[in-house]
Design a protein around this ligand. Structure first.
Ligand code: SF4
Ligand code: SF4
Length: 328
Protein backbone atom coordinates (compact mmCIF):
# COMPACT_ATOMS: atom_id res chain seq x y z
CA UNK A 1 0.00 0.00 0.00
CA UNK A 2 1.25 3.46 -0.91
CA UNK A 3 2.37 5.46 2.12
CA UNK A 4 0.62 8.78 2.79
CA UNK A 5 2.87 11.79 2.52
CA UNK A 6 2.86 14.35 5.34
CA UNK A 7 4.91 17.54 5.65
CA UNK A 8 5.36 19.78 8.65
CA UNK A 9 4.69 23.53 8.48
CA UNK A 10 2.26 26.19 9.77
CA UNK A 11 -1.16 25.97 8.15
CA UNK A 12 -4.81 25.37 9.03
CA UNK A 13 -7.41 22.72 8.22
CA UNK A 14 -9.43 25.16 6.11
CA UNK A 15 -6.47 26.22 4.03
CA UNK A 16 -5.43 22.60 3.55
CA UNK A 17 -8.71 20.78 3.05
CA UNK A 18 -11.63 23.14 3.58
CA UNK A 19 -14.04 25.18 1.52
CA UNK A 20 -16.71 27.79 2.19
CA UNK A 21 -19.52 28.53 -0.24
CA UNK A 22 -20.33 32.11 0.66
CA UNK A 23 -22.91 34.70 -0.26
CA UNK A 24 -22.66 37.75 1.91
CA UNK A 25 -21.36 41.31 2.03
CA UNK A 26 -18.49 40.39 -0.33
CA UNK A 27 -20.79 38.81 -2.91
CA UNK A 28 -21.20 35.20 -3.95
CA UNK A 29 -17.81 33.46 -3.80
CA UNK A 30 -16.01 30.21 -3.04
CA UNK A 31 -13.46 30.82 -0.28
CA UNK A 32 -11.00 28.98 1.93
CA UNK A 33 -13.08 29.56 5.07
CA UNK A 34 -15.77 31.76 6.59
CA UNK A 35 -13.58 33.37 9.30
CA UNK A 36 -12.95 37.07 8.93
CA UNK A 37 -11.78 37.92 12.43
CA UNK A 38 -8.06 37.26 11.75
CA UNK A 39 -5.92 40.44 11.61
CA UNK A 40 -5.29 39.52 7.93
CA UNK A 41 -9.04 39.68 7.34
CA UNK A 42 -9.65 36.13 6.06
CA UNK A 43 -11.86 36.22 2.99
CA UNK A 44 -9.32 34.38 0.81
CA UNK A 45 -10.87 33.54 -2.54
CA UNK A 46 -10.80 30.32 -4.51
CA UNK A 47 -13.40 31.49 -7.08
CA UNK A 48 -14.77 35.02 -7.08
CA UNK A 49 -18.24 35.74 -8.39
CA UNK A 50 -19.38 32.13 -8.24
CA UNK A 51 -23.05 31.26 -8.77
CA UNK A 52 -23.28 27.48 -8.77
CA UNK A 53 -21.46 26.70 -12.03
CA UNK A 54 -19.85 23.27 -12.51
CA UNK A 55 -16.46 23.32 -10.78
CA UNK A 56 -13.23 22.42 -12.54
CA UNK A 57 -11.65 20.53 -9.63
CA UNK A 58 -8.14 20.58 -11.17
CA UNK A 59 -8.30 24.36 -11.24
CA UNK A 60 -9.82 24.42 -7.74
CA UNK A 61 -6.97 22.37 -6.25
CA UNK A 62 -4.35 24.22 -8.26
CA UNK A 63 -5.46 27.43 -6.52
CA UNK A 64 -5.50 25.72 -3.12
CA UNK A 65 -2.01 24.31 -3.75
CA UNK A 66 -0.73 27.84 -4.38
CA UNK A 67 -1.95 28.90 -0.94
CA UNK A 68 -0.42 25.73 0.54
CA UNK A 69 2.91 26.55 -1.16
CA UNK A 70 3.04 29.97 0.55
CA UNK A 71 2.62 28.25 3.94
CA UNK A 72 5.15 25.52 3.14
CA UNK A 73 7.75 28.13 2.22
CA UNK A 74 7.38 29.77 5.61
CA UNK A 75 5.15 32.65 4.52
CA UNK A 76 1.52 33.38 5.39
CA UNK A 77 -1.38 33.83 3.03
CA UNK A 78 -2.31 37.51 3.46
CA UNK A 79 -5.88 36.91 4.73
CA UNK A 80 -4.60 34.32 7.24
CA UNK A 81 -2.12 36.67 8.92
CA UNK A 82 -2.44 36.33 12.72
CA UNK A 83 -5.30 33.83 12.54
CA UNK A 84 -5.80 31.73 15.68
CA UNK A 85 -6.46 28.64 13.56
CA UNK A 86 -2.91 28.46 12.20
CA UNK A 87 -0.95 25.57 13.70
CA UNK A 88 2.46 24.00 13.25
CA UNK A 89 1.95 20.30 12.50
CA UNK A 90 2.19 17.60 9.86
CA UNK A 91 -0.25 18.11 6.98
CA UNK A 92 -1.31 15.46 4.49
CA UNK A 93 -0.07 16.38 1.00
CA UNK A 94 -3.15 15.36 -0.95
CA UNK A 95 -5.95 17.18 -2.75
CA UNK A 96 -9.19 16.57 -0.86
CA UNK A 97 -11.94 18.35 1.08
CA UNK A 98 -13.19 17.33 4.50
CA UNK A 99 -14.45 20.60 6.01
CA UNK A 100 -17.30 22.50 4.38
CA UNK A 101 -19.30 25.56 5.35
CA UNK A 102 -22.51 26.25 3.46
CA UNK A 103 -23.02 29.98 3.63
CA UNK A 104 -24.43 30.56 0.15
CA UNK A 105 -27.90 31.68 1.30
CA UNK A 106 -29.27 34.50 3.43
CA UNK A 107 -33.04 33.96 3.48
CA UNK A 108 -34.54 33.29 6.91
CA UNK A 109 -37.95 32.62 8.46
CA UNK A 110 -37.01 34.61 11.56
CA UNK A 111 -35.96 38.23 12.18
CA UNK A 112 -33.53 38.36 15.11
CA UNK A 113 -32.69 41.92 16.08
CA UNK A 114 -29.00 41.06 16.36
CA UNK A 115 -28.71 39.39 12.94
CA UNK A 116 -26.49 40.92 10.24
CA UNK A 117 -29.50 40.65 7.88
CA UNK A 118 -31.33 43.28 9.96
CA UNK A 119 -29.52 46.06 8.08
CA UNK A 120 -31.69 45.20 5.06
CA UNK A 121 -33.99 42.25 5.72
CA UNK A 122 -35.89 42.61 2.44
CA UNK A 123 -32.66 42.45 0.45
CA UNK A 124 -31.27 39.43 2.30
CA UNK A 125 -34.59 37.58 2.15
CA UNK A 126 -34.75 37.99 -1.63
CA UNK A 127 -31.04 37.53 -2.45
CA UNK A 128 -30.69 34.98 -5.24
CA UNK A 129 -28.83 31.81 -4.38
CA UNK A 130 -28.03 28.57 -6.21
CA UNK A 131 -28.55 24.84 -5.69
CA UNK A 132 -25.41 23.46 -4.02
CA UNK A 133 -26.49 19.80 -4.23
CA UNK A 134 -25.07 19.01 -7.73
CA UNK A 135 -21.68 20.40 -6.69
CA UNK A 136 -21.50 18.28 -3.57
CA UNK A 137 -22.76 15.21 -5.44
CA UNK A 138 -19.99 15.79 -7.99
CA UNK A 139 -17.46 15.93 -5.12
CA UNK A 140 -18.70 12.57 -3.85
CA UNK A 141 -18.71 11.05 -7.36
CA UNK A 142 -15.13 12.23 -7.95
CA UNK A 143 -14.05 11.05 -4.46
CA UNK A 144 -12.84 14.54 -3.58
CA UNK A 145 -14.71 14.64 -0.30
CA UNK A 146 -13.57 12.74 2.82
CA UNK A 147 -15.23 11.99 6.10
CA UNK A 148 -12.87 13.16 8.84
CA UNK A 149 -13.91 16.83 9.02
CA UNK A 150 -16.92 18.94 9.94
CA UNK A 151 -19.88 20.12 7.90
CA UNK A 152 -21.48 23.38 8.97
CA UNK A 153 -23.98 26.02 7.88
CA UNK A 154 -24.12 29.79 7.98
CA UNK A 155 -27.05 31.60 6.49
CA UNK A 156 -29.94 32.29 6.55
CA UNK A 157 -32.11 29.43 7.72
CA UNK A 158 -30.79 26.11 6.35
CA UNK A 159 -34.05 24.14 6.67
CA UNK A 160 -35.85 26.37 4.13
CA UNK A 161 -33.18 25.77 1.47
CA UNK A 162 -34.90 23.71 -1.27
CA UNK A 163 -31.95 21.27 -1.44
CA UNK A 164 -31.49 20.94 2.34
CA UNK A 165 -33.12 17.50 2.80
CA UNK A 166 -31.35 15.94 -0.18
CA UNK A 167 -28.01 17.39 0.90
CA UNK A 168 -28.21 16.16 4.48
CA UNK A 169 -29.37 12.71 3.34
CA UNK A 170 -26.31 12.51 1.07
CA UNK A 171 -23.96 13.22 3.98
CA UNK A 172 -25.82 10.87 6.31
CA UNK A 173 -25.74 8.07 3.75
CA UNK A 174 -22.00 8.54 3.31
CA UNK A 175 -21.34 8.19 7.02
CA UNK A 176 -20.53 11.81 7.91
CA UNK A 177 -20.90 12.16 11.65
CA UNK A 178 -19.96 15.76 12.46
CA UNK A 179 -22.63 18.04 11.05
CA UNK A 180 -23.87 21.09 12.91
CA UNK A 181 -27.01 22.87 11.75
CA UNK A 182 -27.93 26.22 13.30
CA UNK A 183 -31.68 26.71 12.95
CA UNK A 184 -34.31 29.21 14.04
CA UNK A 185 -36.32 26.12 15.06
CA UNK A 186 -39.45 27.55 13.45
CA UNK A 187 -39.65 24.86 10.76
CA UNK A 188 -39.48 21.27 11.98
CA UNK A 189 -37.16 19.17 9.85
CA UNK A 190 -37.57 15.39 9.52
CA UNK A 191 -34.07 15.06 8.09
CA UNK A 192 -32.62 16.83 11.15
CA UNK A 193 -34.61 14.38 13.26
CA UNK A 194 -33.03 11.50 11.31
CA UNK A 195 -29.51 12.88 11.88
CA UNK A 196 -30.18 13.43 15.59
CA UNK A 197 -31.43 9.86 15.97
CA UNK A 198 -28.27 8.43 14.39
CA UNK A 199 -26.00 10.84 16.31
CA UNK A 200 -24.45 12.14 13.07
CA UNK A 201 -25.87 15.63 13.31
CA UNK A 202 -26.44 18.29 15.94
CA UNK A 203 -28.88 21.17 15.80
CA UNK A 204 -28.37 24.54 17.50
CA UNK A 205 -31.40 26.68 18.27
CA UNK A 206 -30.73 30.11 19.71
CA UNK A 207 -33.96 30.63 21.59
CA UNK A 208 -32.45 33.46 23.73
CA UNK A 209 -35.47 33.57 26.03
CA UNK A 210 -37.96 31.61 28.09
CA UNK A 211 -41.13 33.57 27.45
CA UNK A 212 -43.23 34.50 24.46
CA UNK A 213 -42.89 38.25 25.20
CA UNK A 214 -39.09 38.29 25.39
CA UNK A 215 -38.80 36.01 22.35
CA UNK A 216 -41.01 38.37 20.34
CA UNK A 217 -38.91 41.38 21.32
CA UNK A 218 -35.72 39.70 20.11
CA UNK A 219 -36.97 37.71 17.14
CA UNK A 220 -39.65 40.12 15.93
CA UNK A 221 -41.65 36.95 15.21
CA UNK A 222 -44.37 35.34 17.31
CA UNK A 223 -43.01 31.79 17.20
CA UNK A 224 -41.95 31.03 20.78
CA UNK A 225 -44.45 28.20 21.29
CA UNK A 226 -43.63 26.61 17.92
CA UNK A 227 -39.88 26.70 18.66
CA UNK A 228 -40.39 25.16 22.12
CA UNK A 229 -42.55 22.42 20.61
CA UNK A 230 -39.95 21.69 17.91
CA UNK A 231 -37.08 21.68 20.40
CA UNK A 232 -38.95 19.12 22.49
CA UNK A 233 -39.49 16.91 19.40
CA UNK A 234 -35.82 17.17 18.45
CA UNK A 235 -34.77 16.33 22.01
CA UNK A 236 -36.96 13.22 21.97
CA UNK A 237 -35.36 12.12 18.69
CA UNK A 238 -31.78 12.33 19.97
CA UNK A 239 -31.84 8.88 21.66
CA UNK A 240 -28.61 8.22 23.58
CA UNK A 241 -26.63 11.08 22.01
CA UNK A 242 -26.72 14.65 23.25
CA UNK A 243 -27.07 16.45 19.96
CA UNK A 244 -29.71 19.14 20.56
CA UNK A 245 -28.15 22.43 21.63
CA UNK A 246 -29.99 25.33 23.17
CA UNK A 247 -28.33 28.71 22.85
CA UNK A 248 -28.86 31.93 24.77
CA UNK A 249 -27.41 35.17 23.47
CA UNK A 250 -27.50 37.71 26.26
CA UNK A 251 -28.90 40.97 24.95
CA UNK A 252 -28.40 43.73 27.52
CA UNK A 253 -31.64 45.37 28.69
CA UNK A 254 -33.75 42.74 26.91
CA UNK A 255 -33.09 39.25 28.31
CA UNK A 256 -30.33 39.94 30.86
CA UNK A 257 -32.11 38.78 34.00
CA UNK A 258 -31.93 35.71 36.22
CA UNK A 259 -35.62 34.88 35.93
CA UNK A 260 -35.43 34.53 32.14
CA UNK A 261 -32.23 32.47 32.48
CA UNK A 262 -33.67 30.24 35.24
CA UNK A 263 -36.73 29.40 33.17
CA UNK A 264 -34.55 28.71 30.10
CA UNK A 265 -32.41 26.31 32.17
CA UNK A 266 -35.53 24.66 33.59
CA UNK A 267 -37.04 24.16 30.12
CA UNK A 268 -33.81 22.57 28.85
CA UNK A 269 -33.45 20.29 31.86
CA UNK A 270 -37.05 19.14 31.76
CA UNK A 271 -36.73 18.25 28.10
CA UNK A 272 -33.34 16.53 28.22
CA UNK A 273 -31.57 19.24 26.26
CA UNK A 274 -28.14 18.74 27.77
CA UNK A 275 -25.87 20.99 25.74
CA UNK A 276 -26.16 24.70 26.31
CA UNK A 277 -24.41 27.58 24.59
CA UNK A 278 -24.01 31.05 26.03
CA UNK A 279 -23.06 34.15 24.07
CA UNK A 280 -23.31 37.93 24.20
CA UNK A 281 -24.81 40.20 21.58
CA UNK A 282 -22.15 41.21 19.06
CA UNK A 283 -23.12 44.86 18.47
CA UNK A 284 -23.34 45.55 22.22
CA UNK A 285 -19.91 44.01 22.78
CA UNK A 286 -18.41 46.06 19.95
CA UNK A 287 -19.81 49.27 21.41
CA UNK A 288 -18.64 48.35 24.87
CA UNK A 289 -15.18 46.86 24.15
CA UNK A 290 -13.34 50.06 25.12
CA UNK A 291 -15.06 50.46 28.49
CA UNK A 292 -14.61 48.76 31.82
CA UNK A 293 -16.34 45.40 32.44
CA UNK A 294 -20.09 45.59 32.95
CA UNK A 295 -20.71 44.05 36.40
CA UNK A 296 -24.31 43.03 35.70
CA UNK A 297 -23.46 41.09 32.51
CA UNK A 298 -20.36 39.51 34.07
CA UNK A 299 -22.42 38.35 37.08
CA UNK A 300 -25.08 36.91 34.82
CA UNK A 301 -22.54 34.92 32.84
CA UNK A 302 -20.94 33.58 36.00
CA UNK A 303 -24.43 32.72 37.23
CA UNK A 304 -25.11 30.65 34.07
CA UNK A 305 -21.79 28.80 34.51
CA UNK A 306 -22.53 28.04 38.17
CA UNK A 307 -26.15 26.97 37.55
CA UNK A 308 -25.27 24.63 34.67
CA UNK A 309 -22.80 22.89 36.99
CA UNK A 310 -25.31 22.67 39.84
CA UNK A 311 -28.01 21.34 37.53
CA UNK A 312 -25.65 18.76 36.01
CA UNK A 313 -25.97 19.70 32.39
CA UNK A 314 -23.75 17.62 30.11
CA UNK A 315 -21.91 20.63 28.67
CA UNK A 316 -21.94 24.43 28.53
CA UNK A 317 -20.21 25.97 25.52
CA UNK A 318 -19.03 29.52 26.03
CA UNK A 319 -18.74 31.39 22.74
CA UNK A 320 -15.62 33.44 21.91
CA UNK A 321 -17.33 36.78 22.58
CA UNK A 322 -18.49 35.63 26.01
CA UNK A 323 -15.02 34.19 26.74
CA UNK A 324 -13.50 37.56 25.87
CA UNK A 325 -15.84 39.27 28.31
CA UNK A 326 -15.05 36.81 31.08
CA UNK A 327 -11.32 37.34 30.53
CA UNK A 328 -11.55 41.07 31.31
S1 SF4 B 1 -8.28 32.84 7.79
FE1 SF4 B 1 -7.75 31.44 9.44
S2 SF4 B 1 -9.29 29.81 9.31
FE2 SF4 B 1 -9.32 30.90 7.36
S3 SF4 B 1 -7.96 29.74 6.03
FE3 SF4 B 1 -6.78 31.38 6.97
S4 SF4 B 1 -5.85 30.47 8.78
FE4 SF4 B 1 -7.52 29.15 8.12
S1 SF4 C 1 -32.28 32.76 12.86
FE1 SF4 C 1 -30.16 33.24 12.29
S2 SF4 C 1 -30.24 33.88 10.14
FE2 SF4 C 1 -32.33 33.96 10.95
S3 SF4 C 1 -32.63 36.08 11.59
FE3 SF4 C 1 -31.93 34.89 13.40
S4 SF4 C 1 -29.69 35.11 13.42
FE4 SF4 C 1 -30.43 35.73 11.36
Amino acid sequence: MEEKKYERYVSCKWLESGVCFDNGVYGSNVKLCCYMSAPGGGNTMIFKDYHGEKIDWDKFFEIKRQYRKIQKEGGTVEGCRGCVFLEDKYWLQEDYIDNIIFDHFTKCNCACKYCYTEEDKKHYNSLKTYNIYPIIKDMFDKKIIRRNGAIGFGGGEPTILPEFDKLIKLFLKNGFDDMRVPSSGIKYSKVIEKGLASGQLSVVVSIDSSSRETYKKIKQTDAFNTVCKNLKRYAKAQKRFYTVMSKYIIIPDVNDNREEIDNWLKFNKENNIQILIIDIENSWLNRYRQDKPDEKIMDLMKYVIQKTKEMNFYRLEICDRAKYLLSL
